[in-house]
Design a protein around this ligand. Sequence first.
Ligand code: TTP
Ligand code: MG
Length: 417
Amino acid sequence: MIKIIRKLTLTSKNQSQKIAKESSHLLSAMKENINRRWILHLDMDAFYASIEQLDHPEYRGKPVVVGADPNGGEGRGVVSTASYEAREYGIGSAMPISRAYRACPTAVFLPVRMHRYQELSAAIMAFLRNFTPAIEIASIDEAFLDLTGTERLFGDPVALARSIKGQISAKFNLTASLGLGPNKLIAKIASDLEKPDGLTIVRHDEVTTFLKNLPITRIWGVGRKTAGYLEKLGISKVGQLAEVSENFLEAKFGKYGAKLAKLARGIDDSPVVTESERKQMSKEITFAEDVEGFETIKPSFIDLCERVGFRMRLNNFLGRTIIVKVRYSDFTTITRSRTLGMTNHTKTIIDTVLELIEEVDFSRKIRLIGVGVSNLDANSPEQLDLFAEDEHELEAVIDKIRIKFGENALRRGINLW
Ligand code: TTP
Ligand code: MG
């Protein structure tokens, strides 16, 4: 009897040990799964300029600058982007167009053909949706894809990233740079590292080594001011920043400091936010050099309105509140907003923004401007048809025709405003 009891106790002890072992395996597998996200970031190379070179073979291999009219070096406004050939001359986005002209007067200077870029952007994003519904369209030429759990359908995420890259260049005749990593931060840094036409894979156990020697400005939110302060302390590499205590950074930079400590260690839990989960659509430009004067800055505001409006229509969104943001060179920031009826019409956004910025002081040097629409509502297709009766909302329909049949199918009066 004693033997039997002992045996029973032994069995149940063994069993409970086995169960404990299994559940700890399960837990760590689950934990690992949580930690084992695979995020892909894709960013097209020299997007506007590459499209110009695609549409005009005679511009291929030449320095191409897309943006404001250089007007023989007297032009106002800024560069939207430059081809990699033009970058050799030090030309880049947000630089005054007059400076770009001085750097390379023989470059091909072209105006922005926003509708053409939007048309290709829409096609590329639609293609990317084939791989995962968890896609965050971060800008006109940039998206995050959460590939976690897509293995069963598409196999290894590393092979999938390679295949997506190949398919983009085969389908669209444009190159993209991709970064694959355990989170958005790493994926974004990775996609930028080997531009153009790059593919950088950072596996989960490679994060620390990957970040170690990168400059701290690669980390989200580390701008001139933060970097300047840290550099005075002798911290210029991410690896050095990762050794600074979270408490210290929090004491110095507040809430962002705590986040910064995590980012420096490669920790970023931020989710890929799909368009339907988005609370606000906004777009900002940080000028390469601080700029002043309404006439200089107005085209950039209009450009931002175009980009925000298109993305809203692309995603069937309507929004109520239009917001503008202006950050001066001393980092003081002002925002102005106005709440209207529901809209996603570029002209309404532009009209409202132009009214809102009437109160802005353009005689001071400006570092950054932004345009956003909040109070968003997903629009149903039925609503869209209803609105289409209205002249304003016709634009949504026009976009769709344009996306389907190409830019020349319908052309909007370019100087509508
Ligand atoms: P980016 O992806 O920042 O630049 P890019 O695609 O031209 O070059 P890269 O190879 O470095 O990615 O921006 C995408 C497009 O957005 C760009 O082609 C033009 C537009 N844009 C502006 O109009 N103004 C700006 O200040 C920036 C940064 C981009
Ligand atoms: Mg790009």
